[in-house]
Each structure stands twice: as C-alpha cells, then as structure tokens.
Design a binder for this molecule. Structure first.
Ligand SMILES: Cc1cc2nc3c(=O)[nH]c(=O)nc-3n(C[C@H](O)[C@H](O)[C@H](O)COP(=O)(O)O)c2cc1C
Length: 149
C-alpha cells in the first residue's frame, strides 16, 4: 500500500502525530510537509492522509493551499483520511473542526474516506501534546490499516 502523509506544523506537534501514523503504517509510506509535496505524487498512491494544526477552526493556510491545488477527480480510487491537532473540545465546539474540513475537501476531489476525521489534543498553542496522543494516533493508524485489508 503506497501511502502519502501530508502535514503542516508550526510548533512540531502535528509533525509528531504525522510521524507516529507514518511509523505505524510503515512499508511504502512517505511523511512530508505541505511545501515539499509534488502534486504529481498523488497520481500513484493508494492512501492519502492529510493533517493540520487547527487555526480558527480550519486547516492552516499552507494546508488549504495544498488542498486547493489538488485537481478535480484526481483522488478517484484513492483512500483518504484526515486529522488535526487542537486545543480542546471546547474550542472545537466554538470554532469548528479542521480535520472535518480536510476530509470534506479530499472527498470533493474524489477521495474515499476510510476513517472518520480525528483530532489530537495539545496542551497549549505551542504544545506539547497531551499524554498518550501519539499512542492514540498509532491506534488510529492501525484502524486505517485494518480498514484497507
Ligand atoms: C492563530 C492560531 C489559531 C488557533 N485556533 C485554534 C482553534 O480554532 N481551535 C483549537 O482547538 N486550537 C487552535 N489553535 C491552537 C493550535 O491548534 C495549536 O497551536 C496546534 O495544534 C499546534 O500544532 P503544531 O505544534 O503542529 O503547530 C490556534 C493556534 C493559533 C496560533
């Protein structure tokens, strides 16, 4: 299973989650920052996972740019999953959900959502991650593998 994990991260927390997911999926998996993705890579993958810090209830501008650069229908037959990092359920209720917006955008390009969008918690704007969140990301990744088998 050829997998691409694309993420943005300002303070390193989303990067840690992306790496935990990538290490768990293993095999032919590339974990890459939004700015380092060549959009043509999307043509040859089986699974695309996109993660972002939550900014005002949305993905960061870099992730939004990446999403809008994906052409219509180019994710047809590609499995997709989305995650974000966020402060707390309270903030999420007020401002919304970045992972859900990523999921919706990827589905609009033809992607097949194989896992509900997930959020991982940070302790403050600059982090660190709440204890156990990297492990929870690994569990989320194992569920993705199971759903692909
Ligand atoms: C400008 C700004 C806006 C933010 N907006 C939200 C928000 O709407 N909801 C939330 O839960 N966290 C919000 N946060 C906290 C970020 O989600 C947190 O900084 C991020 O998860 C850290 O990820 P990183 O370490 O990968 O950069 C915001 C942080 C910044 C700097």
């Amino acid at each position: 299973m050829k997998t691409l994990i694309v993420y943005d991260s300002v303070y390193g927390n989303t990067e840690k989650i992306a790496n935990s997911i990538g290490d768990t999926i293993g095999g032919d998996t590339r974990v890459v920052r939004t700015g380092d993705v060549n959009i043509s890579e999307l043509e040859s993958i089986d699974l695309l996972i996109v993660g972002s810090p939550t900014y005002g209830g949305s993905p960061t501008p870099l992730v939004q740019d990446f999403l809008s650069g994906i052409s219509e229908s180019s994710l047809k037959d590609t499995s997709i999953a989305a995650f974000d990092t966020r402060l707390s359920a309270k903030f999420f209720k007020i401002f919304g959900n970045a992972a859900k917006k990523i999921d919706k955008s990827l589905k609009s390009k033809g992607g097949i959502s194989i896992m509900p969008p997930e959020g991982f918690l940070v302790k403050g704007t600059k982090g660190s991650l709440v204890e156990g969140e990297e492990e929870r990301a690994a569990v989320w990744a194992r569920d993705i593998i199971s759903s692909k088998m």
